[in-house]
Design a protein around this ligand. Structure first.
Ligand code: ZN
Length: 491
């Protein structure tokens, strides 16, 4: 394993801490996954890409990483505001589907979008609906410990009692008295002893078709419970990293902490990591605001707010151009500049493969690698890393344009550098490494054919044809350069 001082910002301590895994052979990482109702959107892309880079980098450092990302499929999250019926159940009823058919339909689409974004699949992807027995057992232990109570077939977590014994609200910085003051009036429920209490088990209403038997009622587990239960099942009572979007800090992660501390009398998570949110043209994303753009719509350009389609790699690069704890604002202007920047990066990668070695070197690449590691070791600072990669591209371009020379050893080192940091760790698909090369091949071959016709025209001194091809290509945005190695083109 390489010697590294990786530091991670811990949302619980609110400072950067040197990463010390519990077990130096196996790192446990749990990330709150999607609710599978509706198509994936940018809100899904950011945590997936953020923790994909964490997963890739820890793996690169030599750790075996067990990465668990759950699927919320019990159907208790998305309620139809008018009818109080959960959406998975409603769609299943209206379209005569099994609820699990609805779940699978959206899960397949989510997986397709993640694959397009080059997000690696997690090690384990457990479904909440597949862990009902474990959730019931977990509730029993919390009841036995005295931190929950039954009320009319439902079970609630006793927040004030937990707060007296352990303190509640440390992760989100919320003060419980404040919390009680703000929730008291909003909550009309009489089943709870206290408005801040949250459900561990809910008795199902008759129209709720996803329900399971339990000692308390036919019902379903509360949302927060699945993450405490499944993280413990696959990563143990204590594990290294828990990630998710910042919007999950409260109440979801706060409730997870309360549940696992009540269950095990100890904090389960060593490093809490939260990615910041994405806004669109400065506004929060939301269905009611008309700016809810699915990933598929980004990839095809079919949304009224989009001026063009944006490739999955443009979306990925754009997200990585910001630090994960900073906000990201999507706009057509910002995406177009990300597209241009990515094009420059990929051009550099392509030109690197064509470099010719010299006997002597006039370039200095000695600090690239250490600067790249320094950026990643500093709480996964991808924008700084991208800056270092652009420094490498500048050097590549100097050599390619004969403004500098590089030895074979330099070229090999540059290739290893780009393959490690751009392809392996940032997960950017280059034409040479990804399937986009296949899709673009006919287009490349057509351009090469045109240039061959131009070369033949020149050879027989047919200047009219060769100039026509050059001018028409220039009008389309192509740059054609005659070099001593032949003809080179770019768009
Ligand atoms: Zn969760």
């Amino acid at each position: 394993m390489k010697e590294h001082r990786l530091s991670i910002y811990n949302s619980l301590s609110r400072c950067k801490e040197t990463f010390k895994p519990i077990n130096d052979k196996l790192v446990g990482m749990y990330v709150c996954g999607p609710t599978v109702y509706g198509d994936g959107h940018l809100g899904h892309a950011r945590p997936a890409i953020t923790f994909d880079v964490v997963f890739r980098y820890l793996t690169h450092l030599g750790y075996k990483v067990r990465y668990v990302r759950n699927i919320t499929d019990v159907g208790h999250l998305e309620h139809d505001a008018d009818e109080g019926e959960d959406k998975i159940a409603k769609k299943a009823r209206l379209e005569q589907l099994e609820p699990m058919e609805v779940v699978q339909f959206y899960l397949n689409r989510y997986h397709d979008a993640m694959a397009a974004l080059n997000v690696l699949p997690p090690s384990i992807e457990p479904h909440a609906s597949g862990h009902i027995i474990e959730q019931i057992e977990y509730i029993k232990t919390i009841l036995d410990a005295g931190y929950a109570y039954e009320s009319e077939g439902s079970v609630y977590f006793d927040v004030p009692k937990f707060n007296r014994d352990y303190g509640y609200g440390r992760l989100s910085g919320r003060n419980i008295d404040e919390l009680l003051a703000t929730t008291r009036e909003l909550d009309g429920q009489t089943e709870k002893r206290n408005p801040a209490d949250f459900a561990l088990w809910k008795k199902a209403a008759p129209e709720h078709i996803m329900h399971w038997p339990s000692p308390w009622s036919e019902g379903f587990p509360g949302w927060h419970l699945e993450c405490s239960v499944m993280s413990e099942k696959y990563l143990g009572t204590q594990f290294d990293i828990h990630g998710g979007g910042m919007d999950l800090k409260f109440p979801h992660h706060e409730c997870e902490i309360a549940q696992s501390v009540a269950h095990n009398h100890a904090q389960a998570v060593h490093y809490w990591m939260h990615n910041n949110m994405i806004t669109i043209n400065g506004k929060k994303m939301g269905k009611s605001l008309g700016n809810f753009i699915t990933l598929e719509e980004f990839f095809t350009g079919k949304h009224q707010l989009l001026e063009q389609a944006y490739s999955p790699m443009t979306i990925r690069f754009f997200i990585l151009q910001a630090h994960y704890r900073g906000t990201v604002d999507f706009s057509n202007e910002a995406l177009k500049s990300a597209e241009i920047a990515l094009g420059r990066m990929l051009d550099g990668y392509r030109r690197l493969q064509e470099l010719k070695p010299s006997d002597k070197s006039t370039i200095d690449i000695s600090t690239l690698e250490s600067r790249a590691y320094e950026a990643l070791d500093d709480d996964f600072n991808t924008p700084v890393l991208i800056g270092v990669l652009f420094d490498a591209v500048r050097i590549i371009n100097q050599v390619k344009d004969h403004a500098a020379t590089a030895t074979q050893a330099d070229i090999d080192a540059l290739k290893k550098f780009m393959d490690t940091f751009l392809v392996e760790i940032l997960g950017i698909r280059t034409e040479a490494s990804g399937d986009s090369a296949e899709a673009l091949r006919p287009y490349h071959e057509a351009v090469d054919l045109l240039l061959q016709i131009r070369a033949e025209a020149k050879a027989r001194k047919d200047w009219a044809t060769s100039d026509l091809i050059r001018d028409r290509m220039a009008a389309l945005g192509f740059t054609v350069k005659d070099t001593k190695d032949g003809v080179e083109w770019s768009l």
